[in-house]
Design a protein around this ligand. Structure first.
Ligand code: ADP
Ligand code: MG
Length: 710
C-alpha cells in the first residue's frame, strides 16, 4: 500500500515568508515526455502551468484499497487482487474486428480470469510469471469469477492505479486517465510538500485545518477516506475564506468613495408614513430606518433587502426614492419584467404622486423596451435634463441613450434575475449612487452573508398583519374538478384565480401554445360563464401589461398564465393559485407562485396538480404542503438541489469558482466567514509581510475573471 508522508511546509527562517515557488508558473513542457502538443491538449482541461496540476482535482475516486485473497472474492465486489500470471494470450474475434486478451492470475488461494478488449499490446506487458496488482469489479462469466478490463500495475512499482483510493480526473480528447494520473502524481508528489501554506498558522489552528501541502496530496492521492474528507474541508475553507476576504475588500473599496448625504427630518417621514393606506410592519420600519441611516452615512449605500414574498418591499423602495427626491436628485428602479415595472410604476404613482404626494405627475415615468419611440425620446431628454426624478423600468434603463442628470439612488428589484454586469452598468450611470437591491429569495443568514458579504443586509421576516396561512393541497390529476369548483366558488364570492402552466418545452412558443389551448378549453368547456384571460411570454409587453391591468381591475375572473407571472405580481383580490404539472417546478419557484395569492386579508388557497399520480409523492410538493415559510423552504431546496439551481445569476457565477466548497455546508461557511472577518479587522489590506503569500493566493483566486461581485 502506498502511504504518503505528510507534507512538510518549507521552514520560514527568521519569520521571512518564502514566495510560492516560481517553478509552479513554468509551462508544462518542462515535464519529461510532455511536448507542445501534449501541453495544448492539457490546456483544454485548464492546466497551463505546473501549479495548475495541484488544483485540477479529481472528479471522483475509485476505492480500490480493499486488498482481498481470490478465494474470498464474490460477485459485484470492487477490490484489488495481487497474483502471478499463470496463463496469458490474445485472439481475434468477429472477423478480426475485435481482439480479446485474456490472462489468469493466481495468488495461492485461487485463480481469477482477466479479460481485456481491444488491447492487443498487452501481449508484451502481461507475461506468464509476472506479478501484478489488479483492481476492478468482480463479474461472473459462465459460473466463474472474472474481471473485465480491470486497472492493473506490476507489483514492484509503487501503486498509483490500483490497490489504493484511485483519483479519476476529468478528461478531454486524447488525454487518457492513466497518462494524466501519472503526470499529476509526478507534479503533486514533488511540489505539494514544498509549498508554504498561504493560510497563517493561527487561522489553520483555530479552524482545525489540515495544512495546504498535505491537503493537496490527499486530494490527489488519498490514503484514506477520512484524510480525503479533511483535505476537502481545508480546500473548501480556502475558497469560502477567499470569497469572504474579496467581498470585504470590495465593500471597503465601495465605501472609500463618498456618497451624497440625504437628510430628511422625522416629521417628513412620519407624515409620509401616516399618509399610507396601511400601517407599516415593524420589519418595514426597520428596513426604512436602515435605508435612512445609509443615506446620511456619507458613504454609498450597498444594501440587500431580503424579504419573503408579500412582505412589502416595494414601499421601502418608494419611500427611499422619495427621500432622495427631496433634494432634487434622481432615482432609478429596475425590475426584471415589464409587467413588474408597470406594477411598480402604478404603486409609486399612488404612493408618491396621487393626492398630494411629493412628486408632480411628469416627474415619475415608466420606461420599458416597448415604450413607443416618441415617448422614449421624451423620457430620455427628461432624464438627462433632470425633469424626471424617478424612472421605473426594465433593462431599457441601462441602454446607451439613457443618461441621467444626477442619478443618486438605484433600486434593483428581484436582483437574482439580473446579471452582475447589468447592475454594474446601471450603477455606472451615476456617480457613486446609493444602491438598494431587493430579493424575495429567502436564504439562510450565513449563506446570505457569504454570498453578499459585500452588502449590508436588511431582513424583513414579517408579513403585513391579517395575512392568513395559505393552505396548500396536492390534488391528483383525476381530482381536477375539485380545483375547478373551488375556483368557481371563490369567483362567486368576488375573488379571482390564477391557473399556471409550466415550462413544458425549452421553447416559449410551445408553452404559449399549451397555455393558449388550455385557456380556450377552460373558457369554453369549464368556465363558460366566467371571464378567462390569457398571459404568456410570447405576447408583446404592452399586451401583457394591458392584460395585467385588466385582471387587476377585475375585468377577468381567472388568469391562465405561463410562469411570466412568477415574479412580484401583486393582485390582492386573487385568492386561488392553481398550478398544473406542479412537479416540474423548483421549490423556490413554487413558493414565488404561491406568493401571488394571500396578499390581502382574504383566505387564499394553493392547489398543486402533479402530472401523474406517482409524481404526487414529489418531495418539493410535500414541502410546499407542509409550510408557508420561505426560509424553511429555502433550506430544504438547498439540501435537495444544491445551491446552483436555487440561486440566480450572480450566485451561479460564484458557484463555478468554488471547486470544492459546497454552499450548503453551513458550519463551514460560518467558520470561514468568521476567520475572514477577524483577519480583515486586524489587517484589511493584508499588509503585514506575514500575509504576503495569502495576498498572492487571494489575488490569484479573484483574478480568474471576476471583478464586481455584486
Ligand atoms: P413584495 O415584498 O413581495 O415585493 P409588495 O411590496 O408587492 O411585496 O407588497 C405586497 C402587498 O402588500 C401589496 O399589495 C402592498 O400594497 C401590501 N402591503 C405592503 N405593506 C403593507 C402593510 N404594512 N400592511 C398591509 N399591506 C401592505
Ligand atoms: Mg416585489
Amino acid at each position: 500500500v502506498n502511504r504518503q508522508k505528510p507534507g512538510h511546509a518549507e521552514s520560514r527562517p527568521g519569520g521571512v515568508t518564502s514566495k510560492r515557488p516560481i517553478a509552479l508558473n513554468a509551462s508544462l513542457t518542462v515535464l519529461a515526455g510532455v511536448g507542445p502538443k501534449h501541453a495544448a491538449m492539457l490546456s483544454r482541461l485548464g492546466i497551463k502551468t505546473l501549479g495548475d496540476f495541484l488544483y485540477n482535482f479529481p472528479r471522483r475516486y475509485d476505492d480500490y484499497s480493499a486488498l482481498k485473497p481470490i478465494r474470498e472474492l464474490f460477485y459485484g465486489q470492487v477490490v484489488t487482487v495481487i497474483g502471478t500470471i499463470t496463463t496469458a494470450g490474445g485472439r481475434q474475434v468477429r472477423n478480426g474486428k475485435m481482439s480479446i486478451f485474456e490472462a489468469i492470475i493466481n495468488d495461492g488461494t485461487g485463480s481469477l480470469r482477466l479479460t481485456f478488449f481491444n488491447q492487443p499490446w498487452l501481449v508484451n506487458k502481461l507475461k506468464v510469471g509476472n506479478a501484478i496488482s489488479v483492481s476492478g469489479r468482480v463479474d461472473q462469466y459462465l459460473g466463474r469469477m472474472v474481471m473485465t478490463s480491470p486497472e492493473w500495475e506490476p507489483v514492484e512499482v509503487e501503486n498509483l492505479h490500483t490497490n489504493r483510493i484511485v483519483p479519476i480526473y476529468p478528461l478531454t480528447q486524447n488525454v487518457t486517465q492513466h497518462w494524466l494520473r501519472g503526470l499529476t502524481n509526478q507534479v503533486v508528489k514533488y511540489w505539494a510538500p514544498k509549498l508554504t501554506d498561504h493560510l497563517p498558522g493561527d487561522i489553520c489552528q483555530a479552524a482545525g485545518l489540515m495544512d495546504l501541502g498535505t491537503a493537496l496530496l490527499q486530494m490527489h492521492l488519498p490514503t484514506s477516506m477520512e484524510k480525503l474528507h479533511d483535505a476537502r474541508q481545508r480546500l473548501a475553507f480556502d475558497e469560502i475564506f477567499f470569497l469572504q476576504l474579496g467581498a470585504l475588500r470590495q465593500k471597503r473599496d465601495w465605501q472609500s468613495v463618498p456618497g451624497r448625504i440625504f437628510e430628511v427630518d422625522d416629521t417628513w417621514i412620519s407624515e409620509r408614513i401616516t399618509s399610507l393606506p396601511f400601517t407599516l410592519t415593524a420589519a418595514q420600519q426597520n428596513a426604512i430606518q436602515d435605508v435612512r441611516s445609509d443615506l446620511i452615512s456619507g458613504k454609498p449605500m450597498n444594501r440587500l433587502l431580503q424579504g419573503d414574498v408579500g412582505s412589502g418591499k416595494t414601499i421601502v423602495a418608494a419611500l427611499a426614492s422619495a427621500m432622495v427626491n427631496l433634494s432634487g436628485a434622481q432615482s432609478a428602479i429596475m425590475a426584471p419584467t415589464s409587467i413588474l415595472a408597470g406594477q411598480h410604476f402604478r404603486t409609486f404613482q399612488s404612493l408618491l404622486v396621487d393626492g398630494n404626494g411629493p412628486l408632480k405627475p411628469g416627474q415619475l415615468r415608466l420606461l420599458v423596451g416597448d415604450t413607443p419611440e416618441g415617448e422614449k425620446q421624451e423620457i430620455y431628454s427628461g432624464i438627462s435634463s433632470g425633469a424626471i426624478r424617478i424612472v421605473i423600468g426594465t433593462h431599457a434603463l441601462i441602454e446607451d441613450p439613457v443618461s441621467f442628470a444626477d442619478l443618486q439612488f438605484i433600486v434593483v428589484d428581484e436582483q437574482h434575475r439580473f446579471g452582475v454586469e447589468q447592475r454594474a452598468s446601471l450603477r455606472s450611470k451615476g456617480t457613486n449612487p446609493h444602491l438598494l437591491v431587493m430579493t424575495a429569495t429567502p436564504i439562510p443568514r450565513s449563506l446570505a452573508l457569504t454570498l453578499y458579504g459585500d452588502l449590508d443586509l436588511s431582513v424583513m421576516d414579517e408579513l403585513p398583519p391579517g395575512r392568513q396561512m395559505i393552505p396548500t393541497h396536492i390534488l391528483l390529476p383525476g381530482e381536477r374538478e375539485r380545483a375547478y369548483s373551488l375556483i368557481r366558488s371563490q369567483v362567486q364570492a368576488g375573488r379571482q384565480a390564477f391557473i399556471i402552466y409550466p415550462l413544458v418545452e425549452e421553447s416559449d412558443k410551445l408553452d404559449a401554445l399549451a397555455a393558449t389551448q388550455e385557456q380556450e378549453r377552460l373558457q369554453k368547456d369549464v368556465f363558460p360563464d366566467l371571464k378567462v384571460a390569457l398571459l404568456h411570454g410570447r405576447m408583446k409587453p404592452a399586451e401583457k401589461d394591458a392584460i395585467m391591468l385588466a385582471f387587476h381591475a377585475r375585468q377577468y375572473d381567472i388568469l391562465v398564465s405561463t410562469t411570466v407571472i412568477e415574479v412580484g405580481v401583486d393582485v390582492p383580490n386573487a385568492t386561488v393559485m392553481m398550478i398544473e404539472s406542479a412537479n416540474r417546478f423548483g421549490l423556490a419557484q413554487l413558493h414565488q407562485l404561491r406568493g401571488r395569492v394571500g396578499r390581502s386579508g382574504y383566505q387564499s388557497y394553493c392547489l398543486l396538480i402533479p402530472e401523474h399520480e406517482d409524481t404526487a409523492e414529489n418531495e418539493r410538493l410535500q414541502a410546499m404542503a407542509e409550510t408557508n415559510n420561505g426560509f424553511v423552504l429555502a433550506e430544504r431546496d438547498l439540501q435537495q438541489r444544491g445551491p446552483g439551481e436555487f440561486l440566480g445569476t450572480r450566485q451561479a457565477g460564484f458557484a463555478t469558482s468554488l471547486k470544492v466548497a459546497s454552499l450548503s455546508d453551513m458550519p463551514l461557511l460560518e467558520k470561514a466567514r468568521q476567520q475572514a472577518q477577524e483577519l480583515f479587522n486586524r489587517d484589511p489590506g493584508l499588509q503585514n509581510p506575514e500575509y504576503s503569500l495569502l495576498l498572492e493566493a487571494l489575488t490569484r483566486f479573484w483574478g480568474k475573471g471576476k471583478g464586481d461581485v455584486s
